[in-house]
Design a protein around this ligand. Sequence first.
Ligand code: NAD
Length: 363
Amino acid sequence: MHTFTYSSAPARILFGAGRMADLADEVRRLGRRALVVTTPEQRDLGAQLVDLLGELCAGYFDGATMHTPTDVTARAMDTLRNSGVDCIVAGGGGSAIGLSKALAVRTGLPQIAIPTTYAGSEVTPILGETEDGRKTTRRAPEILPRVVIYDVNLTLSLPPTLSASSGLNAIAHAAEALYAKDCNPITSMMAEEGIRALGGSLGAIASDPANLAARAKAQYGAWLCGTCLGAVGMALHHKICHVLGGTFDLPHAPTHAVVLPYVLAYNARAASDAVTRIGRALASDPNSAADADASRYLHGMLEQLCLPSSLAALGMPAGKLDVVADLVMQQAYWNPRPVERASLMRMLEAAFAGTPPSADLSM
Ligand code: NAD
């Protein structure tokens, strides 16, 4: 076993159906005046949280949007200052939690995250923010929510295609954790288990979105995959998705779902052990006939789960792949295979067209 360093994130996790009922007690552990943040589409959830908190709720903001634009954060900061709050409660997916993190890093206030997707942001000390079409990322201890409440009931309303793409977004965290420069046996174990849990539940959710057991398994997988994202460094896949989201405003989770198979094909030789482990974890779904080729299997899942399977289908403008390649090359992440422009362009072209990822992308 190689030498490694493992730091565990100091978060408190409440897991299970109905756990949202613990919210007021959790707020009392942190403060007395909570600001509730959510997205415009999740106002009903926001109202439920305000109701549950009663007099512990001192402020409300429902303007969170994807990729955490700094102008939205500035407006939420006005609400925060005017209400004199001492903690933040985020209800929603990565967008609501991203805004909460942006507020926490500016104020030092503790946060409680109540995730409703599988994005995993709630268990990472990472914040991605967008300003003037550029997404930048930073890490800091105060960005990590202190408490996470995983209440499976809140995921039942997540539409099937969003559930599928969000689950694949989580799988992408675990996949890159398996070949991370600073990977270690603990995160690798969580990564495989997280992929196994999601790989074995997304099909069941697609055919029956009210399947509580499958929803709980997916949420458990999302927690593990998100923990991997927070614990080790990510690589080329996350870099490409940041550029596509921040500069071209492509939707976060569906972009991860489309790009992942191509990056795994790109890294297949350089990270062969990791890619084999990903295929093994996916293939352990008893209902699947996976051939353990992780990239082809994941690409095939897109059609099975009724998801777009190309960047073109996500609205990526034709003729802009050069810009993506330039931005990726400018601020390159560590990657198991050195990133070289010509092969990166070939991979982006395949992802744009949605052609099945082939072995020659690894060369
Ligand atoms: P999201 O939060 O934008 O949610 C997508 C849409 O689904 C929104 O309209 C939302 O209101 C709605 N929604 C969410 N949960 C729902 C539910 N249960 N029922 C019905 N509707 C629901 O999407 P996301 O993919 O969760 O998050 C994307 C954002 O999170 C991006 O900005 C991304 O950069 C960030 N992110 C950050 C990290 C991190 O560690 N920093 C990790 C993952 C994602």
